[in-house]
Design a protein around this ligand. Structure first.
Ligand code: T1G
Length: 685
């Protein structure tokens, strides 16, 4: 049964796609569209065509599940040209997300009608490719070059209202979309010549006269595009749309598309698209597990984390009761939240009334007892087990039956915390990453006794507050921080042996990380976790902390900073490092970049393999989701485990064996990693 059906409404042929969940343009859909256009062409009684979709959205793009498989004709580039060459006017009726190939079908249609809530976009760059069905050639001709560049090089969609303002949508349909689209088709049925996007030049003329626009775009977006292949290819394809007629430009698009599609970056980013969606699934839970209703959230602690966590729920329209121990801390915390919202509003990403609306949902309190009305309570206080145990003991008496009790701990044992309550089945870890209102990652830490519906509630709530949740087991540092630890330890040892902070950081930044271990320490605070005793100096970090070189916030850490927080290598720090080398009797030596990669990145893969072996993560791709969303691992490398597969697990093992003496006696190779390397297996598909 074809997912494409047709029906008549007067002299309009209505073509409907019914291919849940997102009307992906799979082979059967493409075949059906070609047949429908042939039907329209062959029947004189058909004066116009409407293409629409049933379900949640207009075509959301090519079927990504078909990528890497043998091509099945007709391919999308042929389909869109057939639509554009239809002898009757074709109207695309858009709702939901007209993304990728979906927008390309709409662009090849002669007119576009959309509901105001619809979104239009070409997110192909997020998959490491570019719009490959004429999108890079038609979009600039319909929406203008500047808008086309921005949409196609970032992958960010625009709303239907904006699309209507720039002429990408011809009419907004308030109410019944099909009715409006048919009425519009009736209006345009006799207009000749039928308008074809591919032959329009009015909107590319300006760029033709000013090709500098492309280099200006490259310069303005260099940082965001750094390391990625696809955005530059998009710019080249749109340059071709401006410089060449459609038929030649679309050849250039095809060449660039095939080049990208055959590259590792595309494979990594397409892998990651599914990895991110897989992470929300919890294997082995009873199918009928229902989430608990969360009408009000309680947060204990109005510091950086407590405030940031609260903002996630307030922004999603969920009321929050926030509790501090002292009025001054409570006022400071709520003040920071308001300031953050106002900063977002100043950037035009929120309106004034949205700020007021969010803050109106916040109920500050000095009494834990006020949390009795909450369905979920998140503790976000000092990272100390005694403090957390004390709080959970009190919560056990205050919280209503069925309330979920969560700790935001980054490392500590959630089972130990749960044991201080009479309801361990209601206890879970919700590890947010700082800044909690910005970072998308949420580690959901599953205690030994955490109930299935608590987990399902956490995963569903994560989606509601626009987080990407990953289930982690109870171990020191869960998934992300557990892999971060060996990396930080080795990075510090490398300093003692001859590397400099800037060399280690450079290797990581060249690899694609947003910053290296020492830049990250300076940003987060060198003093995090410091014992606070300036007389106790047992490490380089102790020495820096004792000198109040706590990082950017103090104008000095591993680096010196100017008043604009620009870093420069510090001779003082270099001297401290060399003094420590001498004190530890370590002869400094030249250290290669490769050694840094093996000792700081290969070692992370080894820890990831142990996490998998101990069932502290459900799947290797979950580990990749943690590192991309929690630490900025470059998505064009897929994540640590996908990357290890591209390096080859045998090489990872060989590299770690090469470093075995330097990794020290407590280093052990993961048996799972060794087994997979020997068997020639991979961690990810
Ligand atoms: N192909 C195949 N499956 C897809 C899909 C797609 N394009 N989009 C979504 N799915 C699956 C997804 O894996 C999940 O499956 C289910 O649908 C619901 O997705 C030639 C080559 C449309 C905004 O990049 O952005 O066109 O987990 O959880 O939150 O130029 O899906 O249920 O088994 O994300 O409501 C370009 C990608 C393709 C759009 C809906 N298009 N999709 O979000 O649901 S390349 C895209 C999305 C292309 C042409 C090129 C989102 C969504 P499961 P979901 P959602």
């Amino acid at each position: 049964m074809s997912p494409i059906s047709t029906k008549r409404h007067g002299d309009v042929l209505i073509v409907t796609s019914n291919n849940p969940p997102v009307n992906a343009l799979g082979h059967a859909v493409r075949e059906g569209l070609v047949q429908a256009i042939a039907e329209a062409d062959a029947d004189d009684k058909v004066k116009a065509v409407v293409i629409r979709c049933a379900g949640q959205t207009f075509f959301a793009g090519a079927d990504i599940k078909e990528f890497g498989k043998p091509m099945q004709m007709p391919m999308l580039p042929q389909v869109v040209d057939i639509i554009e060459n239809c002898t009757k006017p074709v109207v695309a009726a858009i709702h939901g997300t007209a993304f990728g190939g979906g927008l390309e079908v709409a662009l090849a249609s002669h007119y576009r009608v959309a509901v105001p809530s619809a979104k239009l976009g070409v997110p192909e760059v997020k998959l490491g490719i570019l719009p490959g069905a004429g999108g890079t050639q038609r979009l600039p001709r319909v929406a203008g070059v500047a808008k086309a560049l921005d949409m196609a090089a970032t992958g960010n969609p625009i709303g239907a209202k904006e699309a209507h303002e720039i002429g990408l949508v011809d009419r907004l349909a308030e109410g019944d979309l099909e009715q409006h689209a048919v009425a519009f088709a009736e209006e345009v049925r006799d207009i000749r010549p039928i308008p074809k996007s591919s032959t329009r030049d009015d909107k590319v003329e300006e760029a033709r006269a000013n090709p500098a626009i492309f280099d200006e775009y490259r310069k303005a977006n260099a940082r965001k595009m750094k390391g990625f292949d696809a955005p530059e290819a998009v710019i080249k394809a749109i340059e071709a749309a401006v410089a060449k007629p459609y038929q030649e430009g679309v050849q250039e698009e095809r060449r660039l598309f095939m080049e990208l599609m055959s590259g590792t970056q595309a494979r990594a980013q397409q892998y990651f698209f599914f990895a991110e969606r897989q992470a929300s699934k919890i294997d082995g839970l009873p199918e009928d597990t229902e989430p608990r209703a969360i009408a009000r959230v309680g947060v204990i602690g109005a510091g950086t984390m407590g405030g940031g966590i609260s903002m996630n729920f307030l922004s999603a329209g969920i009321p929050v009761t926030i509790v501090e121990m002292a009025q001054e801390a409570l006022d400071r915390g709520t003040g920071v939240m308001r300031k953050n919202y106002e900063a977002t509003a100043a950037k035009g990403r929120m309106t004034g009334e949205q700020v007021e609306g969010a803050m109106a949902l916040l109920k500050p309190s000095l009494k834990l007892e006020d949390l009795a009305e909450c369905d979920l309570i998140i503790e976000a206080v000092f990272e100390n087990m005694d403090v957390k145990k004390d709080i959970f003991g009190k919560l056990d008496k205050i919280a209503k039956p069925g309330a979920i009790l969560a700790s935001n701990t980054s490392y500590l044992n959630v089972d130990e915390i749960a044991a201080t309550t009479s309801r361990p089945e209601d206890v879970v870890g919700l590890h947010f990453f700082s800044p909690a209102n910005i970072m998308k990652l949420l580690e959901v830490v599953r205690g030994a006794k955490t109930a299935p519906d608590v987990l399902v509630t956490a995963m569903q709530l994560a989606k509601k507050i626009r987080k990407v949740a990953v289930v982690a087991g109870v171990c020191h540092g869960f998934i992300g921080n557990r892999m971060l630890m060996p990396r930080q330890i080795e990075a510090t040892k490398l300093l003692l042996e001859g590397a400099t902070p800037e060399q280690v950081d450079r290797v990581h930044v060249e690899f694609g990380m947003p910053m290296g271990p020492f830049q990250m320490a300076d940003l987060a605070g060198v003093d995090i976790g410091w014992h606070r005793d300036p007389s106790r100096i047992e490490s380089i970090r102790d020495q820096l902390c004792a000198m109040e070189r706590w990082g950017q916030k103090k104008g000095a850490g591993f680096y010196d900073y100017d008043d604009k927080r620009r870093p420069s290598p510090s001779p003082v720090v270099q001297q401290i490092i060399e003094d420590f080398s001498r004190k530890e009797g370590i002869a400094r030596r030249e250290i290669s970049d490769q050694e840094i990669i093996e000792r700081t990145l290969y070692i992370m893969v080894n820890e990831g393999a142990k996490i998998l072996d101990e069932n502290m993560a459900q799947r290797a791709s979950d580990i990749d989701v943690v590192w991309v969303y929690g630490y900025g691992w470059p998505v064009y490398r897929g994540g640590p485990m996908f990357w290890a597969d591209t390096v080859g697990l045998k090489e990872i093992v060989d590299g770690l064996e090469r470093q075995e003496d330097r990794l020290g006696s407590d280093f052990t190779l993961s048996p799972l990693l060794v087994r997979k390397a020997e068997a020639g297996e991979k961690f990810t598909r």
